[in-house]
Design a protein around this ligand. Structure first.
Ligand code: PLP
Length: 365
């Protein structure tokens, strides 16, 4: 059965046509020179998209959560203090993952719907090994100021800054080097407009030098991965087998990144900004209340309060059945009182905004 949905939830989003077309190409072997060239170019395109000159920027063969695990498992030495800014579900998940890697976790809790406060995060511990935060909290629709956090962290000491960019990459401004991000991970299924399945990852020299030599994860061991991907500038001609790279996914990501860079990263950010603003204005005009704090709202992911007396799940079901539109429920205590509406990748468009507002207006009556 083939069903076409408008994926206007928190992800996955609909893919860019270029990414979908690439999935239909004949498979290549994962050590084929043609594929290795595509892999090298994908890493170069990722470097540009992250805003980094780091030598090790690559697509990990798994979803965003594996990016999170790779980030911590390669960086946390037993007993390291890891300060985690928590302002939603994914900050909470970072605490869990860091703790499983043997960290002494210091969570800095923030009210859901608000951004991370750099001063509070830095004041939480005098000498952490790592400070971690989520750039775009998908559970609440909030953007945190990573540039400000990076300044605060690096002024305060020599902690590494570890950032989740799963929902920000390709959709809003992201400048890993300028902001002092030492380790970053992302996902393909949000603003990059690719199916879920890869975790774009970047680590700078400082963090790589401090990494765990023999991390507890074999699959996500960056040292071993380097044997296959090289330093991602193609400086490793040996390219030894580590695992079978998901070649079709890499080719698809390569195509989507080509499309985004051709549009221009800043133009892609502006397109997401315009679509998100139009959606948020439209929702407020309909009398709905936005959840995330004004001034820190993500354009690519809007959180809106379910009006009193309205059955959240019934509205989502009707949108799906009548319009083939998927939107997301809230998370945790907001599961039935908030909707999450994503306009990511190709869906960051005026057409999508019109369709969504019209359909929601119809369903809400
Ligand atoms: N971090 C953030 C901010 C996310 O939004 C997500 C997924 O929605 C993840 C991490 C986990 O990524 P995945 O579901 O691809 O494993």
């Amino acid at each position: 059965m083939i069903v076409h949905r408008h994926l206007f939830g928190p992800g996955p989003t609909n893919a860019y046509p270029e990414a979908t077309e690439a999935l239909a190409r004949p498979l290549l072997g994962h050590l084929d020179p043609v594929f290795l060239e595509i892999m090298d170019e994908t890493c170069a395109r990722l470097r540009e998209t992250w805003g980094t000159a780091a030598n090790r920027t690559l697509p990990l063969s798994a979803t965003g959560s594996a990016g999170m695990e790779a980030a911590f498992v390669n960086a946390v030495h037993p007993g390291d203090v890891v300060v985690v800014a928590v302002n939603g579900l994914f900050g909470q998940r970072m605490c869990e993952v860091a703790s499983r890697c043997g960290a002494e976790v210091v969570p800095v809790e923030h009210e859901w719907g608000t951004p991370v406060d750099p001063e509070r995060v830095v004041a939480a511990h005098p000498s952490p090994a790592i400070v971690a935060a989520v750039h775009a909290e998908t559970s609440t629709g909030v953007r945190s100021d990573i540039a400000a956090l990076g300044r605060a962290v690096h002024e305060a000491g020599d902690a590494l800054l570890l950032v989740d960019a799963v929902t920000s990459i390709g959709g809003i401004e992201l400048r890993a080097d300028d902001w002092g991000i030492d380790i970053g991970y992302a996902g393909t299924q949000k603003c990059l407009g690719v199916a879920p399945g890869l975790a774009p990852y970047t680590i700078d020299e400082r963090a790589f030098a401090r990494r765990v030599e023999r991390p507890r994860s074999w699959y996500l061991d960056l040292g071993l991965l380097g044997g296959y991907v090289g330093d991602t500038r193609g400086h490793n001609p040996a390219r030894t087998y580590h695992h079978t790279a998901p070649v079709a996914m890499v080719v698809s990501l390569h195509a989507a990144l080509g499309r985004i860079l051709e549009e221009g990263l800043e133009n892609a950010w502006a397109r997401h900004e315009a679509a998100g603003q139009a959606l948020q204005d439209g929702l407020e005009t309909m009398g709905l209340e936005l959840f995330a704090r004004a001034g820190s709202r993500l354009p690519e992911l809007t959180t809106v309060r379910v009006p009193d007396g309205v059955d959240s799940a019934a509205v989502r079901r009707t949108l799906l059945e009548r319009y083939d539109i998927e939107i997301g429920a809230g998370v945790g205590e907001y599961a039935s009182s908030v909707w999450r509406i994503g306009l990511m990748g190709p869906n960051a468009s005026p057409d999508a905004v019109r369709l969504l507002l019209g359909a929601l207006g119809d369903v809400l009556g």
